[in-house]
Design a protein around this ligand. Structure first.
Ligand code: GTP
Ligand code: MG
Length: 209
């Protein structure tokens, strides 16, 4: 019951962050007070609550969001990480949460649209996400992706002028650097799907990511 109430209150805080217009000092203080209230009514030690809320406030106001994350998304990440540290856990670091997702499917089945949706899904949860535009078959596949995600500032990686998908992936991996989640949008033409060796190549390239 207590945990349920705590969960509800904290979800309320996250909702407030994601819907906030501007994350100014006044709002940050209000959010921190709400987190304090929620934790204290769940009987969390007062000293711990004060320490945690001080850290949340400081990080939300002073920390520069990493590339690809807005201030609101970064604020959600801060709350998540600090709550996790309170519970004795460790937030996913950029190395531990690294994942790669390769979109494979027939032409027109929704790979590119879904790539953008998945990228946004993880970004909202505070993970740094990057997309590799490795579809070399559909005209303007890169522009389609950029159009879908530019408002979220999710990087779309592609080596300009490169016609080999494998080379695009190779050079994007160098750029992807700190991304937690890397999504590969591939071409879905039958001719490409037939080339399983190429798909295997994608996988082996991103294994080290
Ligand atoms: N109704 C509906 N339409 C979708 C969905 N996902 C994608 N579409 C539409 O399906 C069409 C093809 O989507 P894309 O995401 O471009 O498909 P794709 O697999 O990347 O296509 P190729 O790159 O040509 O292989 C577009 O007009 C999308 O708007 C969905 O979940 N529901
Ligand atoms: Mg596509």
């Amino acid at each position: 019951m207590v945990l349920e109430k705590l969960g509800e209150s904290l979800s309320g805080v996250i909702r407030k962050i994601t819907r906030a217009g501007a994350l100014d000092e006044k709002l940050v203080k209000e959010l921190v007070r709400e987190i304090q209230r929620a934790l204290l009514s769940a009987d969390v030690n007062v000293k711990l609550v004060l320490e945690l809320s001080r850290r949340i406030e400081e990080r939300m106001l002073k920390e520069k969001p990493p590339a690809g994350l807005s201030r609101r998304e970064h604020a959600v990440k801060v709350v998540y990480e600090e709550l996790l540290s309170l519970l004795g856990g460790r937030a996913h670091s950029s190395t531990s949460s690294k994942a790669r997702i390769m979109m494979v499917g027939l032409q027109g089945s929704g790979k590119t649209t879904t790539t953008a949706k998945i990228a946004r899904y993880f970004q909202k949860r505070g993970l740094r996400t990057a997309i590799i535009a490795a579809d070399t078959q559909r005209p303007a596949a890169y522009e389609q992706l950029v159009q879908l995600v530019e408002k979220y500032r999710i990087p779309v990686l592609r080596k300009a002028g490169e016609s080999s998908a494998v080379e695009i992936v190779r050079s994007a991996l160098e750029e992807a650097g700190k991304a937690d989640i890397l999504i590969l949008d591939t071409a879905g033409r039958r001719s490409c799907l037939k080339r399983w060796r190429r798909l295997r190549k994608f996988l082996s390239l991103t294994r080290s990511f």
